[in-house]
Design a protein around this ligand. Structure first.
Ligand code: NDP
Length: 296
């Protein structure tokens, strides 16, 4: 098996952060301040704490300012919305991200709707979802945008290719489908009600799996030579004597890598791209805020 089949998201993300650091330094020279990203964490979910700390470290490493706000798990809606309003009005803050999932008593849609669309670097606000749908410039959710970058880097022009996106969530599947459509792919969006999923996937030149089911996509679903992007992050139960289980994607990697033309591993594929793209979105927002938009 050729090593060249493996799409190395870790390496791509590192290069992306390098170019972000250069642009962030240029921004600081131009604006007289650093580009700023604010992250709000409600509660103490361990995975969310790891993400937030990693985002903060990478933001600073790229030469941007990181503002972290923590609220207790029982924080009320008015407190959280008030904090977002303050960040909306703060000229040092270019991007705002509220770490999801939120504790159950908080209304996620209401929270996202309160973030100013021009600081919504996660791209979850309906204004940005609408901009993506009608082909206007806006903020695109980081994970699917990272997937598109990996695909274009590997395949170049995607026009005319058959793409199958498995999953239709607002944060991955739907925006992924919109991005591929904008690249002139013929896009099929599959989900839990799709009939004969293996047969649907076999038609694909590009498969994006964003399901959340460990190793669901099998090698014999993949058309020989297809490019496979595995978004899934699933932790398997621990093996005997171990405390933590292995992380696997939504694709049976060991089998699929034999058939695919190119494939992202898990970990080390899509995962590392998400934060790098978030920083890129925050920098794009910063340049927009000083009236000097970055070229696309
Ligand atoms: P959601 O649970 O929101 O969506 C899952 C989608 O998969 C739904 O559309 C669902 O269909 C579909 N689905 C579920 N079961 C099946 C099935 N048997 N056959 C076909 N489709 C099915 O998940 P997310 O989109 O948020 O995340 C998907 C995966 O990506 C998760 O593993 C998550 O951890 C990972 N992820 C990784 C990120 C990264 O940085 N790499 C970032 C975000 C997510 P239906 O709509 O019909 O219910």
């Amino acid at each position: 098996m050729s090593e060249n089949k493996v799409i190395d998201g870790k390496d791509f993300a590192e290069r992306l952060r390098g170019s972000i650091a250069t642009l962030a330094a240029e921004f600081e020279a131009k604006a007289g301040r650093k580009a700023g990203l604010a992250v709000v964490l409600v509660g103490e979910d361990p995975a969310s704490q790891v993400y937030v700390s990693s985002k903060g470290k990478q933001t600073v490493a790229c030469g941007m300012a990181s503002f972290e706000y923590k609220l207790p798990a029982d924080a009320d809606e008015a407190t959280l919305l008030g904090m977002i309003e303050q960040l909306n009005a703060d000229p040092a803050v270019d991007g705002i991200l509220v770490q999801l999932p939120l504790p159950r008593h908080l209304d996620e849609q209401k929270v996202i709707a309160t973030i100013s669309p021009d600081k919504d670097v996660d791209g979850f606000h309906v204004t940005n979802a609408g901009r993506l749908a009608v082909g206007q410039a806006g903020y695109v959710p980081c994970t699917p945008l990272g997937c598109l970058m990996l695909l274009k880097d590997r395949l170049g022009d995607l026009s005319g290719m058959n793409a199958v996106v498995i999953g239709r969530s607002n944060i991955v599947g739907k925006p992924m489908a919109q991005l591929l459509l904008a690249e002139s792919c013929t896009v099929t969006v599959a989900h839990s009600r799709t009939k004969d999923l293996p047969e649907v996937v076999r038609r694909a030149d590009i498969v994006v799996a964003a399901v959340g089911r460990p190793e669901m996509v099998k090698a014999d679903w993949i058309k020989p030579g297809a490019t496979v992007i595995d978004v899934g992050i699933n932790r398997l139960p621990p093996a005997e004597g171990k405390t933590k289980g292995r992380i696997v994607g939504d694709v049976d990697y060991q089998g699929a890598v034999q058939v695919a033309g190119a494939i992202t591993p898990v970990p080390g594929g899509v995962g590392p791209m998400t934060i790098a793209v978030l920083l890129r979105n925050a920098l794009v927002a910063a340049y927009d805020h000083i009236g000097a938009p970055l070229a696309a």
